[in-house]
Structures are given as structure tokens and as C-alpha cells.
Design a protein around this ligand. Structure first.
Ligand SMILES: Nc1ncnc2c1ncn2[C@@H]1O[C@H](COP(=O)(O)OP(=O)(O)O)[C@@H](O)[C@H]1O
Ligand SMILES: [Mg+2]
Length: 206
């Protein structure tokens, strides 16, 4: 794989979509070709699975399987071809979300997630993960501006805290892969901090 695989993580309302608006241009100005995708989703089938995942009731097992079904399509149709041709991939959520939401939030078996991960990803892992962190109150306030909530946004405080703590734990165990961002700061400050972190990471990976 020649390109860099960069994922954006964090609870709903943390700022992933907001920062996805400038990140591609930041990398393009360095001369990189960028492919943007998201999970669940990213491909035509993945987007259909996303609709089902966000709105249809289902068992935890089905939820985990559909997340990885969407991921399988995304990896094979978009992510791998892009990385092989030297493009950089920016993906809004990836397997850290599965560990955080299905594993942490829903208490779904980490062992089963790990088995699906190795089956579907075959060693493909993000090179860099940007973790946007906000506490519950900030996330709720920012999400309050939305009208309809999906199956995950409707979950209770304990679910949210479990998601957030799994993210922290994964970042703590793998500090080289993660840049953790305090996303409660004003947008410009978050952006400036992130740019510095990205330049440092890229400098180390040249
Ligand atoms: N640093 C920030 N300060 C204030 N509001 C923010 C900040 N970052 C994002 N927001 C706002 O919070 C809301 C949720 O952000 P969004 O990027 O959609 O989150 P996510 O994609 O992680 O769910 C949006 O209305 C966005 O404008
Ligand atoms: Mg978003």
C-alpha cells in the first residue's frame, strides 16, 4: 500500500464532518490525491446498509455483521484501490467505531469484533486516526440542533460514556496511530492544533 489511510473518529457531534470540510484541501495542497469515504457507507451498497443500520431495529450480531459488510465493500471498492494507486484515503469512522459503539456501547463481544476485523481487513489498518473528543454535554448541545435522531444518537448517557472511554483506551494503547483532539475548543483552534499534529505525523512518515 502506497497511500496513507486516515480515519476520523469520535462520538456524534464531535466535529468529524466539520473538519472533513477542510482536511482534503489541506492534503491536496501538499500534492496528494485524496479519496473521501465514510462508514457505514461509502459505496452504493454501503449507503443502503447505512440507512438500515441507522434506522432499523436488529440484533447486536446483525448490527456488527452489517457494519463489516459495509466495510468489506468500502475496502474492496474504494479504500484498497485508492491506497494501491498512491492516493490518500480519509474515512469518516472505521473499526475503532465498531469497538467503541458495538463493543463499548452495546457490550458486543470484542473477540467477535476482532475476528470480523481480521477476516474483512486482512491486515489493512488505519495509518493515522484523528480522535475528536467532546464530553457528553457538548455533544448533546451540538446534536440538539438536529431534528431527527438515529438509533445511536438515541442511546443513553451510559452508552455514550462507554463509547468515549473505549476510544480513549484505544488511543492510549496505540499512541503512534492516534491524534486526540480537544474538540470543545473553537473551530479555528481545533484546526490549528490538528494541522500541527498532521505536519508532525507526515514529517515522521516520509
Ligand atoms: N469546534 C467547534 N465549536 C463549536 N461548534 C462546533 C465545533 N465543531 C463542530 N461544531 C458543530 O457541532 C455540530 C456537530 O458537528 P459535526 O461535525 O456534524 O459532528 P460529527 O460529524 O462528529 O457528528 C455541528 O453543528 C458543527 O457545526
Ligand atoms: Mg458527521
Amino acid at each position: 500500500m502506497k497511500g496513507l489511510f486516515i480515519t476520523l473518529e469520535g462520538v456524534d457531534g464531535a466535529g468529524k464532518s466539520t473538519h472533513m470540510k477542510w482536511l482534503p484541501d489541506f492534503f491536496r495542497e501538499m500534492g496528494q490525491e485524496i479519496v473521501i469515504t465514510r462508514e457505514p457507507g461509502g459505496t452504493p451498497l454501503g449507503e443502503q446498509l447505512r440507512e438500515i443500520l441507522l434506522h432499523q431495529p436488529m440484533t447486536q450480531e446483525t448490527e456488527a455483521l452489517l457494519m463489516f459488510a459495509s466495510r468489506q465493500e468500502n475496502i474492496n471498492q474504494l479504500i484498497k484501490p485508492a491506497l494501491s494507486s498512491g492516493k490518500w484515503v480519509l474515512c469518516d469512522r472505521f473499526t475503532d467505531s465498531t469497538y467503541a459503539y458495538q463493543g463499548g456501547g452495546r457490550h458486543f463481544s470484542n473477540d467477535k469484533i476482532a475476528r470480523l476485523e481480521s477476516w474483512v481487513q486482512e491486515g489493512l489498518n488505519p495509518d493515522l486516526t484523528l480522535l475528536f473528543d467532546v464530553p457528553l454535554a457538548v455533544s448533546r448541545e451540538r446534536l440538539g440542533k438536529h431534528e431527527s435522531q438515529d438509533r445511536f444518537e438515541q442511546e443513553n448517557d451510559a452508552f455514550f460514556e462507554a463509547v468515549r472511554s473505549v476510544y480513549f483506551e484505544r488511543a492510549r494503547r496505540d499512541p503512534k496511530r492516534f491524534i486526540v483532539v480537544d474538540s470543545t475548543l473553537p473551530f479555528e483552534q481545533v484546526r490549528i492544533g490538528l494541522e500541527a499534529g498532521l505536519l508532525e505525523f507526515i514529517g515522521q512518515h516520509k
